[in-house]
Design a protein around this ligand. Sequence first.
Ligand code: FES
Length: 129
Amino acid sequence: MIKEMYREIILERYKNPVNAGVVEDADVVVKDYNPTCGDVVEIQIKFNNGVVKDIKFQGHGCAISQASTDILIDSVKNKKIGDVIRITSEEFLKTLGIELSPLRLKCALLGLKILKTAVYSYLGAGGEI
Ligand code: FES
């Protein structure tokens, strides 16, 4: 029953993502893909005083990659950069609440990988923490 509920949430977020779009004045934009299937996610972030002020994504691919990115973005809005860096794959998979095969883990973690790349590239370019 609970598994079914999580599955429905994934499908709903895939069909109607709440964080899809463009951050016009983004500080950082990172796009990457899953090499095994070619599915793509791009994340755009605007920071303010070391906090995620605005964040959106665009992409195409399987329901899990797109929905999990949408859910991930919910969890990092208004978070400090230091807290975003500390999100582990295990924690995020718990947030998703669905059981995934090893192949599907890559789908679910694509957004997190891109988010972390975006944060590190912002910091690498001199962004404040
Ligand atoms: Fe491509 Fe899921 S099948 S990211």
